[in-house]
Design a protein around this ligand. Structure first.
Ligand SMILES: Cc1cc2nc3c(=O)[nH]c(=O)nc-3n(C[C@H](O)[C@H](O)[C@H](O)COP(=O)(O)OP(=O)(O)OC[C@H]3O[C@@H](n4cnc5c(N)ncnc54)[C@H](O)[C@@H]3O)c2cc1C
Length: 455
């Protein structure tokens, strides 16, 4: 019987973090990524919430992450004319609540770290491999790429983003009628980065609120990260690839809108180092697995990024799925029954994983949707709440404690690794620190303590 191996389709944030988790679990895997390489210049910001910081700690990535991130303590809420109407301390409360801070990264740098730090990266990640077909049998999977190459394994984890080929292939194999399209778009986002402007304060996250739009500006060490959220007239399920002309036209539309009290959007735009205009889909896929295929990341749960929960959900999912697969392999190996890792046994693991994560992801999608619509004054009530009630009663701090913290505390961690830098705030974690019998951090079975960064 061939050794147990996972084929991960997609080497974006979700695919790479899953690779790290599987490495620690001692599970063999290969990642097939359509792109030739990662563009370390690409993307806006990507923030980690404390539940994900715990997983980074377990994976030995925290030390380097601490060198890359910038802290966020305040949110400066601004009107289109630059007037600051509220300075919120909600971000600073995150650390009080959960022990670890809210960590803000440049997406390109974070992705580069995940890619570079994957042990034995060259034998695990195959670039220029666009997956086009999947064959499944009772014994395993064969994944075929557009260039004709094929990879065999025991199961497929689809981590190929919102327009997922794996999801489509999985749904085509199902005897059920194809489900209705789960993703819809209400907002489009113009996002990217520019060299850091002098009057942008470290530790402050700027956010412009207005009718049917909002703007965000994060402050990194050397860059500012920006997003313009623009509401469409009508929510759509159609896909659209924007042209450069459409991107420029949206930038011109917001040129005079202030993104901080000191800078208009045009000040950011004219020095942009990288930018992209895209649909910001929202949605939750109903069926997360089928046969020997399971989905993970933006292809099953997509949310507006205003509060920065998308990748954080993928991290919890990667941990939950890895825990399940590792348990199954141990159970069958100890029982001397490696052939018992059949489709039925895998399906049980996938079902457990979906059960753990789907309801949580749904709440994150709802929280994100409400936040986006509130700051973009989707209706009169939101406008009144955002403009007058929130600053007066610090409603955002209240909601962080009452709505977000109960979600954050649920974050799944790897159940077989210690945390070197364990932290807990006022809110107790649902999944407490692992107390391992031995002091060894060896999760990949190589006999070495690999708890901290070895790059
Ligand atoms: C402006 C903005 C800001 C954000 N900020 C945050 C934040 O602060 N915190 C947070 O948690 N989240 C944030 N997000 C969301 C986060 O970026 C996503 O949740 C995350 O990128 C999802 O990762 P993924 O790997 O599932 O999908 P993707 O990032 O889409 O990656 C999918 C990968 O699969 C590859 N692929 C696609 N098809 C195939 C195929 N057929 N074969 C092989 N490979 C394929 C692609 O090339 C790509 O590399 C933000 C998003 C945006 C747009």
């Amino acid at each position: 019987m061939p050794p147990f191996k996972v084929i991960i389709v997609g080497g974006g944030p979700a695919g790479l973090i899953t690779g790290h988790c599987l490495t620690k679990a001692g599970i063999e895997f290969e990642i097939l990524e359509a792109r030739a390489s990662h563009d370390a210049n690409a993307g806006a910001s990507n923030a980690l919430w404390p539940q994900s910081v715990r997983v980074f700690d377990q994976l030995g990535l925290l030390e380097e992450a601490k060198k890359l991130y910038t802290e966020v303590n305040f949110k400066a809420c601004v009107l289109a004319d630059g007037t600051m109407f509220y300075k919120s301390e909600a971000f600073a409360r995150v650390e009080e609540q959960h022990g670890h801070p809210f960590m803000l990264f440049h997406r390109g740098e974070l992705l580069d770290m995940l890619d570079r730090r994957l042990p034995d990266r060259e034998s695990h990640v195959h670039n220029n491999k666009r997956v086009a077909a999947i064959e499944t049998s009772e014994h395993g999977v064969k994944v075929v790429c557009a260039d004709g190459s094929a990879f065999e394994g025991s199961l497929v984890i689809g981590a190929d983003g919102v327009h997922s080929t794996v999801r489509q292939l999985m749904e085509e194999k199902s005897p059920q009628p194809p489900p209705e399209e789960a993703m819809s778009t209400t907002y489009i986002g113009l996002y990217g980065s520019c060299p850091r402007l002098p009057k942008t304060e470290s530790g402050t996250f700027y956010e412009t609120h207005g009718p049917k739009f909002s703007l965000q500006l994060g402050v990194g060490h050397t860059r500012n990260f920006f997003v313009v959220y623009h509401r469409l007239e009508k929510t759509t399920k159609a896909r659209h690839r924007f042209t450069d002309e459409e991107k420029e036209a949206l930038a011109v539309q917001y040129a005079e809108t202030y993104i901080t009290p000191d800078y208009k959007f045009e000040d950011i735009w004219k020095t942009a180092l990288w930018s992209h205009l895209a649909h910001i889909e929202e949605g939750l896929v109903d069926k997360w697995y089928g046969d020997r295929i399971v989905l993970l990341g933006d292809n099953v749960h997509k949310m507006t990024p205003n509060v920065g929960f998308g990748f954080n959900n993928a991290i919890s999912s990667a941990a939950a799925l890895t825990n399940g697969l590792r348990r199954l392999i141990l159970e069958k190996t100890q029982a001397g029954d490696p052939a018992g890792i059949d489709t039925e046994a895998l399906t049980r693991v996938f079902a457990d994983y979906e059960k753990i994560r789907k309801a949580e992801a749904k709440k994150y999608i709802e929280i994100s949707a409400n936040y986006s619509r509130n700051v973009a004054w989707d209706n009169l009530l939101f406008r009144v709440i955002d403009r007058y009630i929130t600053p007066f009663v610090h409603l955002d701090v209240f909601l962080l404690k009452q709505l977000m913290s109960p979600q954050v505390r649920e974050g799944v961690v790897l159940d077989f690794l210690e945390e070197k830098d364990f932290k807990e705030g006022k809110v107790k974690w649902k999944h407490p620190r692992q107390k391992l019998a031995s002091t060894s951090q060896d999760g990949d079975g190589d006999g070495k303590d690999d708890s901290e960064d070895s790059a």
